[in-house]
Design a protein around this ligand. Structure first.
Ligand SMILES: Nc1ncnc2c1ncn2[C@@H]1O[C@H](COP(=O)(O)OP(=O)(O)OP(=O)(O)O)[C@@H](O)[C@H]1O
Length: 259
């Protein structure tokens, strides 16, 4: 992570139809960081991901991606720069390998011919995501953890600078959650910027460079895991009491109980 900004939001107001969810969001996302959005249900985390990736229009304000207006990016160029894994992706009837190939679609030329480079990227993505052993299987026949790895394989193949991941560990057992989060770290270690939504506060503290705490469509706090924890903001926001173990500035085995 460095101090260079890759995506900046200025006074963003966004929502759905007549309703405004994000009221006035300003945020600088740094190149190479893992920024996690945390907050209560309905606080606007997914909406912030959608607005930042141009899936919903802004009501006012502006977003710059690499210094250029997000709204000015042609669709293909945007898809080469930003990828998005939704909370509950539709599961198509295709193999893991073909799903991964979908990640290369923004790169295909007019003839839509798959190049040697596309094939190499698909192989590398499947290797990294750990899906090679079930590459030929239909997505619908996979377990939740295998399926999530397959979707991550697709976004790895898309090879974008920024990845938005909306609750990538939902419905997975604890072991699989760690596998997915370790994979996210691995993707990040290759220089990719990750903006994700997580609910498990132990994971939020352990896997983020910075945390944005959201409440009622606003960013309540934006800081390092250490400071967010020490300020007691999680306890206040969620009405819980945290217990944790810390080793070398990394939080482990954090548990929370009701206040
Ligand atoms: N497609 C939509 N149309 C209308 N309202 C929506 C839509 N999606 C979300 N909302 C509303 O926007 C508000 C914020 O929702 P959002 O999904 O961004 O919250 P969240 O913090 O991600 O919640 P959760 O933790 O439950 O996933 C909620 O009041 C929700 O009902």
């Amino acid at each position: 992570m460095n101090d260079e900004t890759i995506l900046s939001l200025h006074n963003v107001k966004a929502g759905y139809g007549m309703s405004t969810i994000l009221t006035d969001i300003s945020l600088e996302i740094k190149k190479g960081e893992i920024l996690t959005l945390a907050g209560c249900n309905g606080s606007g985390k997914s909406t912030l991901l959608k607005a930042s990736s141009r899936q919903i229009p802004l009501k006012s304000g502006e977003i710059l991606l690499k210094g250029k207006m997000l709204s000015s990016y042609p669709q293909k160029e945007l898809a080469k720069t930003i990828s998005f894994l939704t909370q509950m992706p539709i599961t198509p009837a295709i193999s893991v390998e073909n799903l991964t190939l979908h990640g290369r679609f923004p790169y295909l030329g007019f003839s839509r011919k798959i190049t040697k480079e596309d094939k190499e990227k698909v192989e590398q993505a499947m290797e990294m995501a750990g899906v090679v052993s079930f590459r030929k299987r239909d997505l619908r026949q996979l377990s939740g953890g295998e399926r999530q790895k397959a979707f991550l394989s697709m976004v790895i193949a898309q090879d974008t600078d920024v990845l938005f991941l909306d609750e990538p560990t939902t419905y997975l057992d604890i072991g699989k959650q760690f596998e997915i989060l370790d994979l996210v770290k691995k993707i990040n270690s290759e220089g990719k910027t990750i903006v994700m939504v997580l609910h498990d506060l132990a994971h939020v503290l352990s896997y983020s460079n910075r945390i944005a705490l959201m409440e009622k469509g606003k960013i309540l706090a934006l800081d390092s895991p250490e400071r967010i924890y020490e300020n007691g903001l999680l306890d206040t926001l969620f009405g819980v009491q945290g217990h944790f173990a810390e080793r070398e500035k990394v939080y482990y085995f954090t548990s929370f109980c009701k206040k």
